[in-house]
Design a protein around this ligand. Structure first.
Ligand SMILES: Nc1nc2c(c(=O)[nH]1)N[C@H]1C(S)=C(S)[C@@H](COP(=O)(O)OP(=O)(O)OC[C@H]3O[C@@H](n4cnc5c(=O)[nH]c(N)nc54)[C@H](O)[C@@H]3O)O[C@H]1N2
Ligand SMILES: Nc1nc2c(c(=O)[nH]1)N[C@H]1C(S)=C(S)[C@@H](COP(=O)(O)OP(=O)(O)OC[C@H]3O[C@@H](n4cnc5c(=O)[nH]c(N)nc54)[C@H](O)[C@@H]3O)O[C@H]1N2
Ligand code: SF4
Ligand SMILES: [Mo]
Length: 767
């Protein structure tokens, strides 16, 4: 198609391959920092930050050095596996596996309807292409039911943002005069470029401030100007009080709101009902301190806020997502440098219904936000006796048995399905429950990218070539979905040949032919990603075939934001502009800017009908007015502690790395508790404690830790995975958090779990 086709993607032809630095990214969190790695054979021997990377500019944290534990784990799958009737497993070849899986899925679709099949997952912290290709398999089967991890964390936020902005917003912490971290510990969890560097910069700059709202004195709190240790689960009271102070003290941006807001008076009236003093008491922060922070926010040129799991997985979660946004909207901290902003997307992670109402799940009745079934209702949707119940599942790049509430219930749900298939690199807790398991090539063995691009005014993406050939027996997901879609009979070579011929003639001819074919043939359009892979993909450099689907994304971005794509350095008009952007993406393992806005264009990205911010959400204003009657304490005599189940720490990375040897500290993932609580229980660091919740019971190693508030205890996420060292028997290290959680402990609107606020009991284990 272009001269790109002649360029090899794998740079292994140098004299001594061990001295070559290969450009890729770290896949252990959503930051996807650019790194360069050295290889010895298939082993990643050295890792360093890539200074030329368009977003991370050389930054990494300690975890990137441990990437070989992901790439070369003993848990890697190397052949498709099929479950036998007696529960054992047998290896099958790819052709057999694809044929049998396609048959089984087709049978469910024909007998029960494609809408009774669920697709779960579709990407993790470093890989989103499987979701793009998975959509072809979904369409080929008529699958409409789907979900992923976002529906256990970010759907409450999406519910609010859809109504307020019609789109996603993000902060600009590199520039914000005041940065607020709400239930978020960016020191460990990251979430924006060069996180620790930026946090230290803010801390060192007397003219900027950092506010951290967290019951634990986190590493981030240690750098903050204002650490507000609200009692766990009381953030709604604190945020309501901050908003009320702004209103009471006349600190709201009245003129800005008149021009840019809707529902302002109604919202202000609701904040006027807030009993500030009593709410201060209920969250445990002095009223004077709350006023001081509110005034600091009001005095700032720009405020950026990052909310995360500390509030998204705690009581009043959707309400808090709303209240924090109400605060910065009342301050007018939107669409200026350092403030909150909407942004472009290579492919949006969320879809936002403009209507302000969501469909509900036909089995469980939960709100389907952004097209996603609430994670807490997936197992119920299988175990129900409703004729609408889920009968089969495709699970890809996700480990829901481990990551969703009530692991045992999810296990039972999977075993009661008519059919299930898991696509993963490892034999996970979820794979163990499936009927078939398909081994994917790792994220270093195929082209990959993510859609975690959320920056403004310049937004960037990075497509990274493979640095290794797929491990024997594995296939990249684009190839897996292509084979499935063909086995399902959705496309064949007769459909593809004319497009292949067009692709050989060049990008313009291909674009025209593809659009014409997609318009003429809806089935072909529906499985478009696989069609692109099979046609355009064949003209891309070796190893880059799987990037073909991004051609369509690039075209969409160029269509929506032509001026901003050109401002980002790509030339052309119409489809040619999309082609040039795509070529730049393919050719740059350091990543590229894909849109560059003028600051003054920020409001153009709002997606509300009148391009104003809708401040008044009736359900949440009702919830705000009802707050004085709400509980602040969910503990009981039986369960006197609040357990935060799933804390991000130095060596946690969801369940991406299974080998416990990767953890250089905190080997078993200790249960942290305050010195006061430890003394009360007679427990010391290293002792075993039994932690019991309404959902289950487990034994953890204790760590007495003076950053914890009395009554608040925490265990990390990503522990409790089974792993067999080479030649050994699988061993379990640490506590799997969701053996302790239940699906009914959740937000009333989004259904998201309250994993950071589980009533618990602790007992020393003496034997
Ligand atoms: N190291 C590492 N980084 C990661 C990940 C990882 O596994 N490991 N995972 C990534 C993913 S998928 C995500 S979603 C993010 C999550 O990132 P974060 O949300 O930052 O991570 P957590 O540690 O789960 O929770 C953040 C904080 O919430 C606090 N908290 C607990 N209860 C409350 C409460 O009631 N109110 C308030 N205000 N705070 C509370 C905890 O003390 C904790 O410091 O991290 C990403 N980054
Ligand atoms: N109690 C509790 N539970 C939680 C949390 C918590 O704080 N507390 N946090 C939650 C959050 S925020 C999240 S995001 C979820 C995360 O949970 P999940 O969405 O289940 O994701 P991961 O643990 O990241 O698992 C990713 C899977 O992808 C596989 N994988 C890696 N690379 C590839 C690849 O290239 N292809 C394929 N096909 N598979 C691959 C890995 O082996 C792993 O099985 O956990 C949630 N669960
Ligand atoms: S874990 Fe996250 S912040 Fe750390 S190097 Fe990897 S991508 Fe970057
Ligand atoms: Mo997450």
């Amino acid at each position: 198609m272009t001269d790109l086709a002649k360029r090899p993607a794998l740079t292994t032809d140098q004299a001594d391959p061990t001295t070559v630095w290969h450009k890729t990214v770290c896949v252990l969190c959503s930051n996807n920092c650019g790194v360069e790695v050295r290889l010895d054979g298939r082993t990643i021997t050295r890792v360093r930050g890539n200074k030329a990377h368009v977003s991370s500019k050389g930054y990494t944290c300690e975890k990137a050095l441990r990437l070989d534990h992901y790439q070369n784990a003993t848990s890697r799958l190397t052949t498709p596996m099929k479950r036998l009737d007696d529960g054992g497993w047998v290896a099958v070849d790819w052709d057999t596996a694809i044929a049998e899986i396609a048959d089984a899925l087709r049978r469910v679709a024909e007998e029960r309807g494609g809408d009774k099949i669920m697709y779960y997952g579709g990407g993790g912290q470093g890989n989103h292409l499987c979701g793009a290709y998975g959509s072809a398999t979904r369409k080929a089967l008529g699958i409409t039911r789907r979900s992923n991890a976002l529906a256990q964390e970010k759907t409450g936020e999406a519910w609010v943002e859809g109504r307020m902005f019609g789109t996603h917003t993000h902060g600009e912490f590199h520039k914000a005069e005041v940065s607020v971290f709400l239930g978020k510990n960016p020191w460990h969890s990251h979430g924006f470029d060069e996180t620790r560097r930026v946090l230290k910069e803010i801390a060192a700059d007397g003219s900027r401030s950092m506010v951290v709202i967290d019951p634990r004195r986190t590493e981030t709190a240690d750098l903050a100007d204002f650490w507000l240790p609200a009692k766990p689960g009381t953030d709604a009271f604190l945020l309501a009080a901050i908003g009320a102070v702004l209103v009471e003290e006349g600190l709201v941006a009245t003129r800005w709101l008149a021009a840019n807001g809707r529902g302002v008076e109604e919202t202000i009236a609701a904040f006027e009902t807030v009993p500030i003093g009593s709410f201060a008491e209920r969250c445990g922060i002095d009223e004077a301190r709350i006023r001081e922070v509110a005034r600091r926010l009001a005095a700032a040129e720009s405020v950026s806020v990052y909310e995360d799991l500390g509030i998204e997985m705690a009581p009043h979660s959707t309400l808090v997502s709303y209240l924090q946004r109400a605060v910065w909207v009342l301050l007018g901290s939107f669409a200026k440098p350092g403030a909150m902003t909407a942004h472009t997307a290579m492919a949006p992670l969320f879809s936002y219904g403009a209507s302000g109402s969501e469909p509900t799940d036909p089995v469980t009745g939960g709100a389907i936000i952004s097209g996603l079934v609430p994670c807490n209702e997936i197992a119920d949707g299988v175990l129900s006796d409703s004729p609408q119940r889920t009968r089969a599942m495709i699970i890809e790049s996700a480990n829901p048995v481990h990551s969703l509430a009530d692991s045992d219930k999810f296990r039972r749900a999977m075993r009661s399905l008519d059919f299930s298939v898991v696509i993963d690199v490892a034999m996970t807790e979820t794979a163990e429950q499936a009927d078939y398991v398909l081994p994917a090539a790792s994220q270093y063995e195929k082209v990959e990218t993510t859609f975690f691009n959320m920056a403004f005014p310049e937004n960037r993406c990075c497509i990274r070539p493979p640095i290794l050939a797929p491990l024997d027996g594995t296939l990249p997901e684009p190839e897996i979905h292509s084979r499935l879609v063909r086995a399902l009979g959705a496309i064949d070579d007769d459909d593809l040949e004319p497009l292949r011929a067009a692709a050989d003639r060049g990008s313009a001819a291909f674009g025209e032919a593809f659009m014409a074919a997609a318009t003429a043939n809806p089935t072909l359009a529906a499985v478009g990603p696989v069609v692109l892979y099979e046609t355009l993909g064949r003209t891309l450099p070796a190893g880059m075939e799987g990037a073909a689907v991004l051609w369509f994304s690039a075209q969409q971005v160029a269509l929506r934001h032509p001026d901003q794509v050109r401002a980002a350095g790509h030339d052309g008009e119409g489809p040619a502009l999309g082609d040039r952007l795509f070529e730049a993406m393919i050719a740059n393992p350091d990543g590229v800017a894909f849109t560059r806005h003028e600051q003054g264009q920020a409001f153009d990205l709002l997606r509300t009908p009148d391009q104003k911010i809708n401040l008044a959400i009736p359900e949440l204003l009702d919830a705000l007015r009802a707050l004085p009657e709400a509980e602040t304490d969910h503990t009981t005599e039986d369960f006197p502690f609040v357990l935060s189940a799933g804390e991000r720490r130095s060596f946690t990375a969801n369940t991406i790395i299974r080998d416990p040897a990767w953890r250089k500290r905190d080997p078993e993932g200790a249960l942290r508790l305050s010195p006061g609580d430890a003394a009360g229980l007679g427990v010391e660091t290293g002792d075993r404690v039994r932690v019991t919740t309404p959902g289950g019971s487990a034994v953890a190693v204790a760590e007495v830790n003076d950053t914890m508030m009395n009554g608040h205890v925490a265990i990390p996420n990503g522990l409790g995975l089974g792993y067999a060292p080479a030649g050994g028997e699988p061993e379990l290290t640490g506590v799997a958090p969701n053996e302790l959680t239940t699906t009914d402990w959740r937000d009333p609107i989004a259904g998201t779990p309250w994993h950071k606020h589980i009533p618990a009991r602790l007992e020393p284990v003496t034997t």
